[in-house]
Ligand binder design. Sequence first.
Ligand SMILES: Nc1nc2c(c(=O)[nH]1)N[C@H]1C(S)=C(S)[C@@H](COP(=O)(O)O)O[C@H]1N2
Ligand SMILES: [Mo]
Length: 222
Amino acid sequence: MADDDITAEPGFRDKLVASKQAWARAGRLLTGKDADPATDRLPPGQRLTDNWPVLDLGIQPDVPRDQWELTVGGLVETPVTWNFAALMAEPQFQDTSDIHCVTSWSRYDNRWQGVSTRHLIDVVRPTPEAAHVVLHGYDGYVTNLRLADFVDDDCLLAHSHDGKPITREHGGPVRVIIPRYYLWKSAKWLKAIEFVAADHPGFWETRGYHNIADPWLEQRYS
Ligand SMILES: Nc1nc2c(c(=O)[nH]1)N[C@H]1C(S)=C(S)[C@@H](COP(=O)(O)O)O[C@H]1N2
Ligand SMILES: [Mo]
């Protein structure tokens, strides 16, 4: 699955990307403090917000529910392509989790609905060689995760947030939600999921952001 070159798209915000790369080089927002998810709710260097900022690269694909399609392939026994009706026909999963964005805001108690990534792997059955996952958005965005992190028990392909369809600006009709890591791992406008043997760093991971992205360890930058 070739990466689309998002940097060539009209509207791509090259100045924004350059300034975020400069933040990464400067280690901006790093506190060096520890926090423990067992006793703390806010990771180090984060502040709580009630609103929900929108972050993208300047491109917000308009994919109506009836045109949305997800391709799941790579190192799996049973590749699948799901349209929105097919996604809704799978067992539905709900989970409430906190969002932590690397730009330092956190938002508590987001109620997500969709299909769990655990159910997805029951359907597609990754082969023993599959160790990493690459997520592709309709905007050409790419991000990577270790397979074990992708199938944590609170991860899902989400179509709804707090009981309403996820809006276009927040990645609807379907986005990934990986609560345990900074939000850049949660691909919006989900188009494809690829199971691979070797790690494949994504858009931000090749631009100075941390490959794993654990907010409790302040893994903001590489
Ligand atoms: N497809 C896609 N997914 C994406 C992004 C993007 O530009 N394109 N940005 C990431 C980043 S950097 C962040 S912080 C979150 C923002 O999600 P939000 O706009 O819903 O807050 O989406 C992540 N997922
Ligand atoms: Mo971000």
